[in-house]
Design a protein around this ligand. Structure first.
Ligand code: HEC
Ligand code: HEC
Length: 204
């Protein structure tokens, strides 16, 4: 009977669900609790996309692999640019590896703030983004990172974007995969960096 067949398929599906989905749901739940318990909310916002101050990044929906590397690098001291040491490092120093994994997979499971719609007005930063190679690695409107170890940029905080571009260019930020981007940063001066940051921050 056809119903028997689908019933079997259903229970096989149920088994697959309990084996594969529930552990990751458990990790996601852990990550959410950790995100609150460790005080990440204070600086990055309850929803992880309402940063406390200019210069603080949005995290909701960011690539998990990218964020995990950043947290490890903050803890090891490999990433020490910008405001990291004065703000976040003491919190990250306390995290164990499995807590970092739970946190980053929870954060990555949230919806990224931007949908990738270009700003209504044509901004000079957009042309720069297209011609100065940024698009090759960060994708259309900063929404399609080439790899899971690369960050989303669309709709990110403007001040944060600018600081990071400057710091990667000057090698103040040289952790993770920053050295893949560093060689192109001479293509843009500080004014152009600010224009690109403005454009990217306005991608809706
Ligand atoms: C006291 C404020 C503060 C707290 C608490 C804090 N952060 Fe941060 N976080 C920052 C700031 C500021 C930056 C950016 C620093 C810079 O480069 O100038 C940052 C950067 C990050 C980044 C890198 C983002 C990117 O795009 O590279 C991640 C990931 C992150 N925080 C996750 C967390 C998690 C998870 C927690 C909780 C365990 C946390 N933060 C707690 C302030 C904070
Ligand atoms: C060859 C690939 C590549 C190119 C080209 C490139 N980037 Fe990147 N970019 C990266 C990688 C990889 C990272 C993450 C570095 C790390 O692991 O810490 C990054 C990080 C960033 C960040 C920091 C994001 C965050 O969340 O902290 C910004 C901002 C940025 N890129 C902007 C740009 C702009 C603007 C351009 C063009 C002028 C550009 N990138 C060109 C690969 C690239």
């Amino acid at each position: 009977m056809p119903f028997d067949g689908s019933k079997n398929k259903l229970s096989a599906f149920g088994l697959a669900l309990s084996v594969f989905v529930f552990p990751s749901l458990a990790a996601a739940a852990d990550g959410k609790a950790l995100y609150e318990d460790k005080g990440c909310t204070a600086c990055h916002g309850e929803d992880a996309k309402t940063p406390l101050e200019k210069g603080y990044p949005k995290l909701a929906g960011q690539n998990a692999d990218y964020m995990l590397q950043q947290l490890k690098d903050v803890k090891s001291g490999a990433r020490k640019n910008g405001q990291i040491v004065d703000t976040m490092k003491p919190v990250i120093d306390e995290l164990k590896d499995d807590e970092m994994k739970a946190l980053t997979s929870y954060l990555a499971s949230l919806k990224w703030d931007s949908q990738g719609a270009p700003p209504a007005k044509t901004l000079p930063g957009k042309a720069l983004y297209l011609t100065k190679t940024c698009i090759a690695c960060h994708g259309k409107e900063g929404m399609k990172p080439l790899m899971k170890t690369y960050p989303f940029l669309a709709g990110q905080d403007k001040t944060y974007l600018l600081t990071q571009m400057k710091d990667i260019g000057s090698k103040a930020r040289a952790n993770g995969l920053a050295d893949s981007m560093q060689p192109v940063m001479h293509l843009v001066n500080d004014k152009e960096k600010a224009q690109i940051a403005e454009y990217l921050s306005l991608v809706k």
